[in-house]
Design a protein around this ligand. Structure first.
Ligand code: HEC
Ligand code: HEC
Length: 456
């Protein structure tokens, strides 16, 4: 009897097979979440293959010449690189499909998804969940707008928005918190759209996206931990007026799966060598000087999710002040926080000390991305005033970007396009000051802590 039952069970499994209904039911919420991210469009398309293939015509020489002389596949690779779009690591030929951060809608073009900002590349490897520190969103959209004009194609929402609102002033960071404030302004607490409202006062500032693999350690989101961790909060990016309340609400189950995917992520392991003895002494020093805020790692893991007041942390204050009291109150009163059932902090006093898992991979550091390596985090007095990435390689000594450093932006940099490659810490929202705690350590102790940080 048992054998017969087993045989029938096997037959059923074989019939349904991996592509049948059984497989759908078996797909984990996390896998479903990733599939949804990669295949569903929640916004209108930004551009299509024809526009993408003409983007190079906007580039300054000598990049334009190089693209003109290249074959189609090479030119498409150059185009991805030019704007910091990530090639799809699962595609046999990534030049025949949209970038990882875009979803193709049949006959209608390519739609941006979360991975435009939340999938990046470190030491040559593309990793979903890693912040995209190569993305040059402003330059991309400016070139898209110009190309569409030439091809007599209608502008899309980002083309119009970018005419009045900066999308980013530095490669690798975005003004995304301000996008959230703008989108929220035109919704009441039930998510109904009111386009007749007055535009809010905005303080533009660019943010370095955090790695998504740390979300599982948190109960509150963002660098000031003001928002609750729930699927609705993740939908802020979808609050374009064309997405009405009913549509948004019908998407909640999909965003529950997307959150499950986010929480399934784990940090990548360090790709270089580690001096185990040095790292062990670094671990003890870390416990003594850093764990009260950043927690403990390894077998006895603890994470305090501590907010450090601005006067103590001393990093750039712009982000904390730019998120208005009205915006926080709107979230607390409305659908996103389940009408206040999920806690919203109305007056955060500072920034969250984040978990440091995978910290080796997530340069630049601090919420505004002002500090190019872990060595610079540990040497507050030696952080560069202006820096640019020299190339795409990984600095295994200082852990982070390979940079060129300056006292001011070089005079040879004259266009906005060039300036986006120079991080100028004297500008609003870009300060690399603060977090002076490592000053308590001697040089040898800093070396040890740096070695330990590679192990996380
Ligand atoms: C234009 C770039 C951009 C896009 C697109 C984007 N994000 Fe983000 N995301 C950011 C930035 C920047 C932050 C940091 C904001 C802050 O701390 O105030 C962030 C923060 C987050 C956080 C909080 C992480 C933490 O540890 O606190 C989550 C979760 C998140 N994003 C998920 C998403 C999802 C899901 C989508 C797609 C629906 C998305 N993001 C689209 C840039 C982006
Ligand atoms: C009093 C609390 C506190 C102590 C002590 C502290 N930190 Fe931090 N740390 C923070 C906060 C808060 C931030 C976020 C600041 C920001 O982004 O503006 C931070 C950020 C960081 C970052 C950058 C994280 C990122 O994702 O960009 C690193 C690396 C770091 N700390 C390492 C250390 C090390 C190493 C020590 C010990 C020598 C230490 N911290 C001690 C509060 C603390």
């Amino acid at each position: 009897m048992l054998r017969v039952t087993l045989t029938i069970a096997c037959l059923v499994a074989a019939c349904c097979g991996p592509t049948g209904l059984a497989a759908d039911a078996m797909e984990s919420a996390a896998a479903r979440g990733f599939r949804i991210l990669r295949t569903r469009a929640y916004l209108p398309p930004d551009f299509d293959q024809a526009v993408f293939d003409q983007l190079w015509t906007n580039w300054p020489a000598p990049d334009r010449q190089a693209a003109r002389d290249a074959d189609l596949a090479t030119r498409r690779h150059l185009t991805l690189d030019h704007y910091g779009l990530m090639p799809d690591p699962d595609a046999k030929d990534p030049t025949t499909v949209p970038a990882l951060g875009h979803v193709s809608v049949a006959g209608n073009g390519w739609v941006m998804n979360c991975l435009t900002c939340h999938a990046g590349k470190v030491d040559g490897r593309v990793i979903p969940g890693l912040p995209n520190t190569h993305l040059d969103l402003q330059t991309l959209i400016e070139d898209v707008r110009r190309t569409k004009l030439r091809l007599f194609k209608a502008p899309a929402h980002l083309d119009l928005v970018s005419a009045t609102l900066p999308l980013s002033t530095n490669r690798g960071t975005t003004n995304s918190v301000v996008f959230g404030i703008v989108l929220g302004t035109y919704r009441d607490k039930h998510m109904t759209v009111h386009l007749d409202r007055r535009p809010p006062r905005l303080i533009h500032h660019d943010m370095d996206a955090p790695p998504l693999w740390n979300v599982r350690h948190k109960s509150a989101l963002y660098c000031d931990a003001f928002a609750p961790k729930n699927p609705r909060v993740l939908m802020q990016f979808m609050l374009l007026p064309t997405n009405g309340p009913e549509k948004l609400k019908s998407w909640e189950p999909a965003f529950r799966d997307i959150l499950a995917w986010i929480e399934s992520l784990r940090p990548p392991k360090y790709t270089g060598t580690i001096d185990e003895t040095l790292a062990r002494s670094g671990r003890a020093l870390f416990r003594q000087h850093c764990s009260s805020c950043h927690g403990t790692y390894g077998t006895t893991r603890q994470y305090p999710q501590r907010i450090v007041p601005l006067e103590i942390i001393g990093t750039d204050p712009t982000r904390l002040n730019a998120l208005t009291a009205e915006h926080r109150q709107w979230m607390k009163a409305g659908w996103l926080s389940r009408y206040g059932k999920d806690p919203v902090v109305l007056e955060p006093q500072g920034y969250l000390a984040p978990p440091l898992d995978g910290i080796w991979a997530t340069a630049p550091y601090f919420h505004n991305g002002s500090t190019p390596t872990l060595w610079h985090v540990l040497h507050p007095g030696q952080r560069p005033v202006v820096w640019t990435r020299k190339n795409d390689s990984f600095d295994h000594k200082r852990i982070g970007f390979v940079t060129k450093e300056f006292d001011t932006v070089p005079v040879s940099v004259t266009t906005a396009r060039q300036r986006r490659r120079y991080f100028d810490t004297t500008k609003q929202g870009k300060s690399a000051a603060g977090h002076l705690f490592p000053d308590k350590l001697s040089e040898t102790e800093k070396q040890a802590v740096l070695e330990f940080l590679k192990t996380l």
